[in-house]
Design a binder for this molecule. Structure first.
Ligand code: FUB
Length: 360
């Protein structure tokens, strides 16, 4: 799953020792000291979308399994088949596993790979949004509903019309308007879509367009029923301080996948993974549709290939939920963690380093 262009020297320059298996550290008498412990240890979990519902934190993660599929850049080894939902009353408190909330066999349009989900609440109903490859092996986004934040959820018979790619993240603004941010390149297939059409062999990928604008995170308003797009999908543009769109070759800063939106002091913070360069980055805007001005990294590479996050305010503090591979040391068997996130008075976000390597 590693970028073919990635060289050992680049990894070392990045300090991305996180990509090396734990055993290598053992041979060299080094050990990894983690900032946080895994929250869930009974199953492997990743891509945690956290929300506060009824005074509790609910976590909607992917459920990683060992499907016996070799790793590749398309992410075929992420062959997840169901979702579990978790809740906790307080950070540091016990975590409850509410069991299977939805199973791939109950999704009539589904083919394979239940990837990073998200959830939302409106008017007495909870909505679970999930990316899944359809029977033609094309990612689309489905939605399921429940009266209980912990499920079980009942899926709509078809994917959301006009949906594509992966990693839905729902943001409801103070005026009640709901937005979905989504998309991911490489295995997330965003590069195969142009003007609402799918090109199976699409070459519109940042891997071949280093000097062209990078592919953008996608954003769309949802109808008040929360199950349909209200209009066209837009590019959530990320620009530099001079107003120029980030370029495809700018792997340290450009959008890759795993977007999230939170609002802080009236500004809209689009946060996302830079994928093959392994950072979490953020960009700030005055409008939920963008444009967003690139503001920096706020999480260094984790132990594992990459991470996927969500940001939530709970009892007056901000938290970031993320994953690494502490429990397994394997890219496709991840575990969810949480740590506090701090905004500085000027609105920038303090850097988080989730592990250090110590000599024994
Ligand atoms: O879990 C499968 C995929 O890996 C997610 O959809 C991406 O965000 C990445 O975490």
């Amino acid at each position: 799953m590693m970028n073919k262009k990635t060289t050992l020297s680049k990894l070392l320059a990045l300090g991305a020792v996180c990509l090396l298996p734990t055993t290598l550290f053992a041979q060299k008498k080094q050990k990894i000291v983690y900032l946080n412990k895994p929250l869930i240890t009974n199953i492997y979990t990743a891509d945690p979308s956290a929300h506060v519902f009824n005074g509790k934190i609910y976590i909607y993660p992917s459920h990683d399994i060992d499907a016996g599929i070799p790793e590749n850049d398309n992410g075929d080894h992420f062959a997840m088949r169901d979702y579990h939902i978790f809740s906790l009353d307080r950070i540091g408190g016990p975590v409850t596993d509410h069991g299977v909330a939805i199973d791939i066999k109950d999704i009539p349009w589904g083919g394979r790979q239940l990837w990073a989900p998200d959830a939302a609440y409106k008017n007495g109903t909870y909505f679970l949004y999930f990316p899944l490859k359809n029977k033609n092996d094309v990612f689309q986004i489905g939605v399921a509903t429940s009266k209980n934040p912990a499920g079980p959820f009942k899926t709509k018979p078809s994917p959301i019309a006009g949906s594509y790619s992966i990693d839905p993240a729902i943001f409801i603004d103070n005026d009640g308007t709901a937005y979905m941010y989504f998309g991911g390149i490489w295995g997330g297939q965003l590069q195969r879509w142009q003007n609402g059409k799918y090109y199976a062999n699409g070459s519109k990928t940042d891997l071949h367009q280093d000097n062209a604008p990078a592919l953008s995170c996608q954003v769309v308003k949802l109808k008040s029923n929360m199950t349909e797009f209200a209009g066209p999908v837009h590019d959530a543009l990320i620009v530099d301080s001079a107003g120029h769109q980030l370029l495809g070759g700018d792997h340290d800063r450009r959008f890759f996948e795993g977007s999230w939106m939170h609002k802080f002091h009236g500004k809209y913070y689009l946060t996302y993974s830079t994928g093959d360069s392994h950072f979490l980055a953020y960009a700030i805007g005055n409008n939920p549709m963008g444009p967003f001005t690139y503001a920096g990294h706020f999480m260094l590479p984790v132990q594992g290939w990459t991470t996927h996050h969500s940001i939530v305010k709970f009892k007056g503090k901000w938290y970031i939920f993320y994953h690494d591979t502490e429990l397994s040391g394997r890219t496709s068997l991840r575990n969810v963690k949480v740590t506090e996130l701090h905004h500085r008075p000027d609105g920038t976000i303090e850097m988080i380093n989730t592990f250090t390597v110590k000599n024994n």
